[in-house]
Ligand binder design. Sequence first.
Ligand SMILES: Nc1ncnc2c1ncn2[C@@H]1O[C@H](COP(=O)(O)OP(=O)(O)OP(=O)(O)O)[C@@H](O)[C@H]1O
Ligand SMILES: [Mg+2]
Length: 462
Amino acid sequence: MPDTTKHLLIVEDEASLRAVVAERLTDEGYEVVQASNGEEALERLAEFAFDIVITDLRLPGIDGGKVLEAAVARYPEIIGIVVTGYGTVKDAVEAIKRGATDFVTKPFQFDELLHVLDSALEQRRLKSENAYLRSELERRYSFSGIVGRSRPMRDLFQLLETVSATSSTILVSGETGTGKELVARAIHHNSPRRSCQFVAINCSAIPETLLEAELFGHVRGAFTGAVGNRVGRFEQAHKGTLFLDEVGTMGAPLQMKLLRALQEREVERVGDSRPIKVDVRVIAATNSDLVKLVAAGTFREDLFYRLNVIPVRLPPLRDRREDIPLLVQHFLDRFCREMNPPRPSMTVSQQAMRQLMAYGWPGNVRQLENALERAVALGAGRTQIELSDLPPDVQELGEAPAQGPLVLPDGGIDFAEFVGSVERDLIRQSLERTGGNKGRAAQLLNLKRTTLVEKLKRINQN
Ligand SMILES: Nc1ncnc2c1ncn2[C@@H]1O[C@H](COP(=O)(O)OP(=O)(O)OP(=O)(O)O)[C@@H](O)[C@H]1O
Ligand SMILES: [Mg+2]
């Protein structure tokens, strides 16, 4: 049984009054300690963490205000009740500003004091209950900054908790902006490897010819331009975590070398055949369906199984819309806090929230995050985000862009936004259809690959 006895310090210079109150409080079940002046009160407070301090404001020497201040400074949760003479309520108000919970005026009926104590205790109980509930909510609906309450996200949190403790290889898949990198970082930071490095490398951002040296390092003279020895990302991540982003874009020769590194747990620097032992946890990510790439013969099946030891799938945001309100509040809190100077957090009007929940979010959480950053900037000086603060395509087009013959609405449209959203949708579809292969996606759209890559970059930034 936890000890629920409340320990109370009463500070009063009038001995008879002090004794009577102390006796009655003891009858009520309080564990009472008495102090006859401020100095003595400070000594008692230094020795023991009282739940409650009741102090007369007027005391000889150190006054009650000082006692209260010292008590609150030492024990922020303490209940401080001040007793003031009749007609000095102003002092009581002052004391409340300095942290007192409540006050009674002299002369008082004992019942009045009891009542004040009861309600202060009740307040305190509710407050800690709320704090408890809030921390429970935060715990249940987030994992290391990943927010969500939908079934798949809650399952994900549980999985992450388990796999973080291990060194198993993980393959994270999901559309762009679904949080693949966030998940990889969360796993690292919750793993025993957190004190060593998290090394991230985007396999699609580095030309294939340089990627090998980037991953495995090279020795001087290994190829034209290799002027010195160089440590690769695998070695850098020794005892830590290596994040291989967009692993599906890797060419066949490198897939072979990666497979060997994963199997042997050792790497060879380019131009050197001495193997170097590495202890690395690998987390790979892909926004294309590797199973399809395997079927199409562009991704090695054996490498796929090596990577896919623990698959983590992040569903697109449109398939877990119940996460949207939580994410919206999470981002609003963050952007308001990050403003200079920080602003009190904002809310979203019903109308705006309806639209946020109805929209298709092809760019997933990243797109939602960007939309809210913009809205916070536009909403300067207000406490609520309105529909008009949302990006035009979210405001007007609702779900996916209109199908069938285009009809110019009577009210007109934002040309650039509309065309932009059609562009984004076509690019998304072309990538989905080609399993994320940018070259083939570009062919489908009759674009140059570089043009597609440029456009993708811009989409990801907006
Ligand atoms: N569940 C979530 N809770 C909070 N923030 C999230 C969540 N999911 C994604 N984000 C945020 O969205 C942005 C995009 O996430 P991240 O970079 O991890 O996506 P990604 O899947 O790696 O995208 P890409 O495939 O384009 O690289 C980041 O700012 C990230 O913090
Ligand atoms: Mg990413």
